[in-house]
Design a protein around this ligand. Structure first.
Ligand code: NDP
Length: 298
């Protein structure tokens, strides 16, 4: 048996088309153009690529895009004052501060300063707490993209055994919380977990968010399971160049699983699409517009 590949690129294009038609509808019926601001501090090459892609996607969707680039030695105070200005800008509905930040800037202090209503990354403790107790919240983009793909393929997730490997605040924990909200039976595994292969073999849904290339082997996978590979790892090739691989040994796992996301082309593209979707949500909530009244196809 060979697993069905979940094409995150195609899925994300559908989400982006839906977002673009929602932006058009907001402009036409409410005179509202959703705005997203991205703050980048420093020269981290991977962050520069992400920010460029985010900016392009925002503009393509018809939103206002503001990109604020600050130098590597910017002080925490300066970053906080930029966040404050964006909090008070009525034309900006979503604020994203690209991580990691340089060492002189306290990440938690900056994330905490973002108005929770504009926190389209969903990292503010208010949003974390609201999500945990089942209140409307901004949900972190990567786990949101994962859950959208799972529901699209599996439908009702209720009662399924879900194993999430990784317990970071940006992926593992919110992912587990979203799966619990879908009534899965959730196990969170991490570096101290005993007999991880046996834990994984019990998973109807296996989410790997570790950062270790091809760690999850084929014989860790329950036949027919849905595998979501969040990992992005750059590994050397024989010709001296590099390539991207996930946390799952794709070639082995695809022979056993029912569904699997590839790397690249799986979870990654969905993250930006969900950022745009979250900006729509934030713009609607702050203007008292029922998001359900917007078009739900592109
Ligand atoms: P973190 O480094 O913050 O967390 C990694 C987690 O993996 C930790 O909880 C750690 O456990 C656990 N872990 C490490 N080694 C093992 C092991 N041998 N066995 C079991 N668990 C282990 O990473 P992130 O959550 O930020 O990211 C995870 C991966 O996802 C990375 O490859 C990252 O690049 C990728 N990513 C992809 C995104 C996308 O858009 N596709 C977005 C965000 C991240 P412990 O807590 O015990 O240390």
């Amino acid at each position: 048996m060979s697993a069905e590949i979940i094409d995150g690129r195609a899925f994300s294009e559908d989400v982006k088309k839906r977002v673009a038609s929602q932006v058009a509808s907001l402009k036409e019926h409410h005179g509202l153009q959703p705005g997203l601001a991205v703050v980048l501090v420093g020269e981290d090459p991977a962050s520069q690529v992400y920010v460029r892609n985010k900016n392009r996607s925002t503009v393509e969707a018809g939103m206002r895009s503001e990109e604020i680039r600050l130098s590597e030695n910017t002080s925490e105070e300066e970053v906080l004052s930029v966040v404050e200005r964006l909090n008070n800008d009525p034309g900006i509905h979503g604020i994203l501060v690209q991580l990691p930040l340089p060492p002189q800037v306290n990440e938690m202090a900056v994330l905490d300063a973002i108005d929770p209503a504009k926190d389209v990354d969903g990292f503010h403790v208010i949003n974390t707490g609201r999500q945990a107790v089942g209140l409307p919240a901004m949900v972190p983009c990567t786990p949101l993209g994962c859950i959208m793909m799972l529901k699209d393929r599996l439908g009702d997730l209720s009662g399924l055994n879900a194993v999430v490997i990784g317990r970071s605040n940006i992926v593992g924990k919110p992912m587990a919380s979203l799966l619990l909200a879908e009534s899965c039976t959730v196990t969170i595994a991490h570096s101290r977990t005993k007999d991880l292969p046996a834990v994984c073999r019990n998973a109807d849904i296996l989410v790997a968010a570790v950062g270790r290339p091809q760690m999850v082997k084929g014989d860790w996978v329950k036949p027919g399971a849905a595998i979501i590979d969040v990992g992005i790892n750059r590994v050397p090739k024989e010709d001296g160049k590099t390539r991207l691989v996930g946390d799952v040994d794709f070639d082995e796992a695809k022979e056993i699983a029912g569904y699997i996301t590839p790397v690249p082309g799986g979870v990654g593209p969905m993250t930006i699409a969900c950022l745009l979707a979250n900006t729509i949500t934030a713009a609607c909530r702050s203007n008292g517009i029922d998001e359900a009244s917007l078009p739900d196809v592109g």
